[in-house]
Ligand binder design. Sequence first.
Ligand code: UD1
Length: 351
Amino acid sequence: MKVISVVGARPQFVKVALVVKELAERGIEAPIVHTGQHYDYEMSALFFKELEIPEPVVNLNVGSGTHAEQTSKMLLGLEKILLRERPHAIIVYGDTNSTLAGALSAAKLNITICHVEAGLRSYNRKMPEEINRIVSDHLSDVLFAPTRHALEILKREGLGDKAHMVGDVMYDVLLRYMDMSMSSTVVEKMGLEPKKYYLATVHRAENTDDPKRLSDIISALSALDLPVIFPAHPRTKKRMEEYGIKMDGSIRLVSPMSYLEFITLLRYAAKVLTDSGGVQKEAYVLGVPCITLRDETEWVETVEDGWNILVGASRDRIITAVAKFSPKGERKKHYGDGYAHKRIADVVEGL
Ligand code: UD1
């Protein structure tokens, strides 16, 4: 049995890591096809190395471009590979253009599609990820929901019959690497003291491609009372230069980090400010107050339990949240038991 995983962007490397290892242990051929959406060393190869992910059998090297350019190059490349390899099924992950291209190319060739992290919705169609999720979920034959909330959404959209509530594969990875992160000395190496710095990430198009939102966010980060470690996504760095946005005060701009370095810095941060989906969940699991630089979230349970607050890109709301937001409530096991990857493999084995 051969099951191809299609990945391309940084969070997908985390999601694929344990799934392909589990499939291989069960004797299933589980090659990875990399679309090349992310190509910088720190955005791609570093993750394969650190998470010991098998090398991709093919890299389509599509690189950057408009949505149509990027997705169409992926479709052309993937169709050739799927025709040649004739897998039993393909697995797509999350909500990037690589997810959409994987699902669409397999659907046209009548290849079974499994979607890991199905059922997420922000109900904001201006986000490219929302379009990618809706299309991928509705094209898929097997849907792996990470939470009860995601499962309910799939049922509401008439997709309940195809859905399996398996838990969250990013949580599985976090549990396994959390202890290793304890020994990582990144906090000391950066001259920081635990709980005496903030961590910030910004990469969503709605924030980076709007000069007002981006400059308000950077201005808020610059005004905070503790150092702000800011591992900048290449898109964010590029836009800051284009818009002439200067940073000063508390911000320390650093290169994108490895997974272990990042989760260690997150674990010891006083608070995190982010527009990433994965980081909101990781902060919840690690008990770090999260200030989300968006107007909505897919990971609603983190907000409902009081550990995450949505502040958009308003300078004042960001600064006030950093000063006042202080969660105390209980954190629950929304993301499963650390074995989502095994449940996924159980279902895939039976296809
Ligand atoms: C993509 C996903 C997003 C995901 C994110 C994780 C889509 C629509 N978006 O956004 O859902 O959360 O990945 O990071 O698929 N660039 C580099 N080097 C790289 C990669 C990107 O310099 O290795 C720069 C390029 O200038 C590129 C820009 O970043 O134009 C944006 O990259 P792209 O892959 O289009 O989207 P992301 O913003 O990374």
